[in-house]
Design a binder for this molecule. Structure first.
Ligand SMILES: *Cc1c(COP(=O)(O)O)cnc(C)c1O
Length: 417
């Protein structure tokens, strides 16, 4: 039995932490310290050489503790545990999902480069691409759900700077519509524009499905990104982000993080390690509840359409990709209510158990109206093209008793005129 491999959920309570280094404490203390004492000057030098990327790690060499902007025990324990879910070499945790995303975009794109991205993406990502990246001379073009590989290749060619393609960035499933993008296709396109000097990077925002139900690194992604504020944190009590990938790409991400200084604090990391212990039970309960809710909504007379992967039929064009790329339909549901903004608002205002708030993936159920809230900053014509209309309501399903969740949705729908 010595070769038995524990599952990630079994290792979330202990992996990467040695109680004997902390007075036997079963849980890691919060290492509220800015700096760490070197044993010798030679050790300090060796640590800095690694941290600054001056030389490669020797076999089995670990980066020692230097300064809490570079590393900290709470940060390292959390990063090591996150690696287990995605089978990644390395992980970097950030103070927000947006700092994880912006650091990746800044590290892997240079002025003059072309970025191809899936649409819709998270509102903050959309803003960063259209305003900040544009300002530093990075061109960006997007593709839409349902577009074929040949059409996407045409979009790249039509820019006239296909040779400058440096990154494909996809958010899948997309917030808030649950549209999905084929990650293996992204890899194929990226490979066909890669040269010996330049590998086109594939980065996937896996916030909706990860780290449980999809593992983009195993199917061609170079980087997987999370808003750890959502399922990973899971209790609506912190903001954080994470990036995972192989050692080479993560070395670049971590060096830029060191100089931007946007790592997560020891306290946030400690909260996240606590969250990871229940990640699987939370997400499984949320998905179970979501399945019940989606089936109820599908048959409700006041609902026009439900956007939820679990309702795809074998004849739907995305069904095969959904089955190939995901092991669960997740716990995010959007639906079109019959009517428009007025009916959406009546529904939202009547909810009693659901909290009306943005964010997602938390233990409590949340509801919001993307067109007037999370996605209000998106160009209105673009918004319609993405299916974000006035009748779209987004639900993040929590861990409450499913009968209570159903009761709440039904009583709120009953009051919609
Ligand atoms: C919330 C979210 C982000 C941004 O993360 P923050 O932690 O709020 O900075 C990025 N992508 C997706 C899909 C999100 O839902």
């Amino acid at each position: 039995m010595s070769d038995h491999q524990f599952s990630p959920e079994s290792l979330m309570m202990s992996f990467g932490y040695k109680p004997e280094l902390s007075e036997g404490a079963i849980k890691a203390p919060i290492f509220q310290t800015s700096t760490f004492v070197f044993k010798t000057a030679e050790e300090g030098k060796a640590f800095f050489e690694l941290a600054y990327g001056i030389r490669a790690k020797e076999q089995d060499e670990q980066l020692g503790l230097i300064y809490s902007r570079i590393n900290n025990p709470n940060l390292e324990i959390l990063e090591n545990r996150l690696c287990l879910w995605d089978k990644a070499d390395d992980c970097a945790v950030f103070e927000s999902g947006m700092s994880a995303i912006s650091t990746v975009l800044l590290e892997f794109l240079s002025p003059g480069d072309l970025l191809l991205f899936s649409s819709p993406v998270y509102g903050g990502t959309d803003h960063f691409i259209h305003s900040f990246l544009k300002k530093i001379g990075v061109d960006a073009v997007s593709f839409y759900p349902g577009q074929k590989e040949s059409e996407i290749r045409e979009i790249i060619e039509n820019t006239g700077k296909a040779h400058k393609l440096a990154m494909i960035y996809a958010e899948t499933p997309a917030n808030p519509t649950n549209d999905i993008t084929d990650i293996e296709m992204c890899r194929r396109i990226a490979d066909s524009y890669s040269t010996e000097e330049k590998r086109v990077t594939v980065a996937i925002d896996n916030t909706y499905m990860g780290p449980l139900w999809s593992h983009p690194l195993l199917i061609g992604a170079d980087l997987v990104i999370y808003s750890a504020t959502k399922y990973i944190g899971g209790h609506s009590d912190l903001i954080a982000g994470a990036v995972l990938g192989n050692s080479q790409v993560m070395q670049r991400v971590k060096v830029l993080r060191t100089f931007l200084g946007n790592m997560a604090s020891p306290n946030t990391c400690w909260l996240l390690t606590r969250s990871l212990e229940t990640l699987k039970v939370r997400m499984e309960q949320q998905a179970k509840n979501a399945d019940i809710v989606a089936k109820m909504l599908e048959n409700h007379p006041k609902v026009e359409k439900v956007h939820y992967l679990g309702l795809l039929k074998e004849t739907d064009s995305d069904y095969e990709l959904y089955k190939k790329q995901y092991t669960s339909p997740g716990a995010m549901i959007s639906f079109d209510i019959k009517g428009g903004e007025s009916q959406s608002f009546q529904f939202l205002n009547q909810l009693k158990l659901f909290k009306m708030a943005v964010s997602l993936g938390s233990t409590e159920s949340l509801a919001q109206h993307p067109a007037s809230m999370t996605h209000i900053g998106v160009d209105p014509a673009e918004r319609l093209k993405m299916g974000i209309t006035d009748k779209l309501v987004r639900l993040s399903i929590g861990v409450e008793n499913s009968e209570d969740i159903i009761w709440d949705i039904q009583q709120a729908l009953d009051k919609v005129s």
